[in-house]
Design a protein around this ligand. Structure first.
Ligand code: CP
Length: 334
């Protein structure tokens, strides 16, 4: 693996999940792998879990880490090829990313969508520009459309808590929120779950359909009650509309998960990627109750990131694999 930006970059998700679980048992088993290697974490947007877990993961592997909040601390970046830079942008991504690639062996990039122009966000110009010009492996720390480190941690959490022989029923349910949020977490969760041994049901109010590129294989319904019936895991998340791009279509009354609704499930575990708006998306009682996995899930961000960095450290630099990753095909137009 040279890039980790989508589930399609991963050759075998089962092996990656198992590796994360092995690292959880033995965090320092590969503490020399990253010796004299540097991870650069570049943030265009805020973060708590992604920043700290990826940093800690790199330290466990013996790497050094450089973190930059480029939106606040860096020069204003230009992303358009051929731009005449006589405006507010000070530095072109071609130059900035190429410089970063000389200082770092792996780069992590966080770049949220603008949520105003769907086509622009879907193009992932920021992430792909870094990948194209830095010349080193890149990990997505959440991009305009996907958040694969979160989804890997989610799958690790489901895998380690599921003890039955049958496939679990996993429900992704839309929740109310006061702000328009990206679709990256639900897109990514759906993309990963559709490749995992689970039955995925997505439920949301009309108008909140996700990009079907990521939901193929999921059962989708507007009926939350029907979706929750016999669920083993309930993943709670808000997202803004994809069809009326970036908009909040309603106040979402009736969509907050409650203890009464949970009674319809199969004693389901509750998941949320955090940060969470308490008593808007989810009640205190559910978040702090015995069925909540949210802290375990956030803890697993560390092992997910460590498994990914370990793979990049071990396999990058090998002769070009026969099959190129999905990301390489996109950025180089293969
Ligand atoms: N879940 C998640 O990505 O958290 P942060 O935004 O705090 O990194």
């Amino acid at each position: 693996m040279k890039y980790f930006t989508t589930v399609n970059d991963v050759k075998n998700i089962h092996d990656l999940v198992q590796d994360a679980l092995l690292l959880k048992k033995s965090p320092f088993s590969h503490s020399h792998l990253g010796k004299h290697k540097t991870l650069g974490l570049i943030f265009l947007n805020p973060s708590l879990r992604t920043r700290l877990s990826t940093q800690k993961a790199a330290l466990n592997l013996g790497m050094q880490v450089i973190v930059m909040n480029i939106d606040k601390e860096g020069w204003g970046l230009e992303f358009e090829d051929g731009a005449i830079m006589n405006g507010s942008s000070v530095e072109h991504i071609r130059d900035a990313a190429a410089v970063m690639g000389q200082y770092c062996d792996i780069l992590g990039i966080r770049c949220f969508p603008g949520l105003t122009n769907r086509d622009e966000d879907d193009k992932e110009q920021v992430l792909l520009s870094f990948m194209k010009h830095c010349k080193v492996p890149v990990v997505s720390l959440e991009s305009a459309t996907l958040h694969p480190l979160q989804s890997l941690a989610d799958l690790v959490t489901i895998t380690e808590t599921w003890k039955e022989k049958r496939k679990p029923k996993v429900v992704l349910t839309w929740a109310p929120h006061i702000k328009a949020l990206p679709q990256a977490v639900p897109n990514s969760f759906s993309e990963w779950m559709c490749k995992a041994p689970v039955d995925l049901v997505i439920t949301h109010p009309p108008g909140y359909e996700l990009n079907e590129e990521y939901t193929r294989g999921a059962h989708i319904t507007h009926n939350q009650e029907e979706a929750l019936k016999d669920a083993d895991y309930v993943y709670v998340k808000n997202w803004s509309s994809y069809s009326k791009y970036g908009q909040i279509l309603s106040n979402g009354e009736g969509w907050m998960l409650t203890a009464e609704k949970m009674a319809k499930t199969s004693d389901a575990k509750i998941m949320h990627c955090l940060p969470v708006r308490r008593n808007v998306e989810l009640s205190d009682a559910l978040l702090d109750g015995p069925h909540s996995l949210v802290q375990q899930q956030a803890g697993n961000r560390l092992w997910a990131a460590q498994a990914v960095l370990k793979d990049l450290l071990m396999h990058n630099g090998q002769p070009q694999q026969v099959i190129q990753s999905e990301s390489e095909k996109i950025i180089y137009g293969l």
